[in-house]
Write a protein that binds this ligand. Sequence first.
Ligand SMILES: [Zn+2]
Length: 244
Amino acid sequence: MIKVDLHAHSGEDPADGLRYPATALIDGAVELGYAAIAITLHGRVLEDERVFDYARQKGLLLIRGAEWKSDHGDVLLYNVTQRELDRLHSLSDLRAFRRDRGDDLLVIAAHPYFFKHSLHRRLEQNINLFDAVEYCHLHFSWLDLNRRGVQIAERYGKTVVATSDTHNLWMFGRHYTLVDAEPTMPSIFRAIREGNVERHSPHISIWDCLRLLVFDPLMERSPGKTTNSFDGQTIASASAKNSP
Ligand SMILES: [Zn+2]
């Protein structure tokens, strides 16, 4: 089994304004024994090849992905390019894209029953679009909004994948999935589709929740700004191009 986290954010995304670059996340992942992670910026694909080279040199598989806002809620897409993402606007577009790309593409329903930007009933209505359902890190012993997603996944034979949706380095490492695969994209995608996974997602404390949702956004972020891994040229210009 290899340790995988398919939902993480880094400073290259002005939407979040996080103060650590992708390379810091990669260093953390290597230290924590991950075999693969995906950096899934909001509506954008991290495409700086130097970041991928950096991960490769450290023996970590960095999967190209994005957290894409569809017309009906957030969807995690893997093995996509920015060009492809720019052409996707709706779940119908995704249906056609899936048909073109086949098993090369992995699609996960992001936190499907959490507040806004979530698919809610559209998950079940479009279940064939998805390979797996995310088990979001944000849950307590007394409240777990993942339950409905797990029920739907079980009903339709979809895999449930635990992720960190990390927006900080202090909690990174607690929520992940063990995948019975080789550390390659095709092998990981296949194992997820076949359900050969084990999810690790402990409840979080109310204090961690407050730190995540209140303290960090107020004190640890600079929305509109990016923190880049190298000199920032490649990523900063891509950010500028894609900003509204
Ligand atoms: Zn996210």
